[in-house]
Design a protein around this ligand. Sequence first.
Ligand code: BJW
Length: 229
Amino acid sequence: MASDISNIVILTGAGISAESGLATFRGPEGLWEGHRVEDVATPEAFSRDPALVQRFYDARRANLATVEPNAAHEALARLDAGWDGELLIVTQNVDDLHERAGANRVLHMHGELNSAWCLECDTRTASPAALLEEPSCPECGEAALRPDIVWFGEMPYGMDAIEQALMDADLFVSIGTSGAVYPAAGFVQTARYRGARTLELNLDPSQGSIFFDESRMGPASELVPAWVD
Ligand code: BJW
């Protein structure tokens, strides 16, 4: 790492968890595990057919329990543990693989699979059971739990902290994301405008590839350890 770098922001997306066995979102047919995005990842879809949406996330949560962090998550955890300057891993992922690898400075801007949100009393419950069968809030008892996931049209979490970190960043690194979804897709431009060096590590060039000073193409499990170590 260059000696003039002190503050690092790392943006991760579904590609970093692909080699752990979690599917990415945008396949050749634009389908998410057999579902259309608008049927499962919008507040309107949840109002229309809550059981379908709860089933979709219950299945994802169960699948998450069967996979492990890979070499890319582990490399970022090593970097986090050893980096004396500011560092923030902003993940779009709703899995917990960064944390299970040992990273501490993680912000889940699109929510977390292992969290449920009560629409009645606003409480967050960690590690919910299957929400389809047990949608009652342990705090207020109302059947008003929804997945604690940021759906299309909703405000991502932690935007103030993210904006501040981007303002202060000397280096912005994007890993395993297609750059198709805003506001995350715009972070590279904010960081670059503020003078940060920008690096992309991805299997294919992302939609915002032209905004990066450097792009390295390949699997995250190889590129990330090579960059970190
Ligand atoms: C590998 C690999 C390997 C594979 N190694 N790499 C028109 C214009 C602009 C914006 C909008 C617009 N219309 C609507 C909007 C806003 C909308 C949006 O961006 N829509 C776009 C579709 C256009 N955004 C929103 O609604 C957001 N909220 C919002 O904007 O609020 C207003 C606001 C905010 C802030 C300031 C001011 C106003 C909310 C977005 C919520 C996204 N939620 C989802 C679902 C979450 C949960 C879930 O079900 O899991 O989040 S959508 C989905 O996409 C998920 C992801 O986090 C997100 C990004 O996907 P990601 O991670 O990039 O995955 P893929 O599959 O797309 O790409 C994987 C990449 O990995 C690929 O490039 C592969 O090559 C690579 N790869 N294997 C390395 N082994």
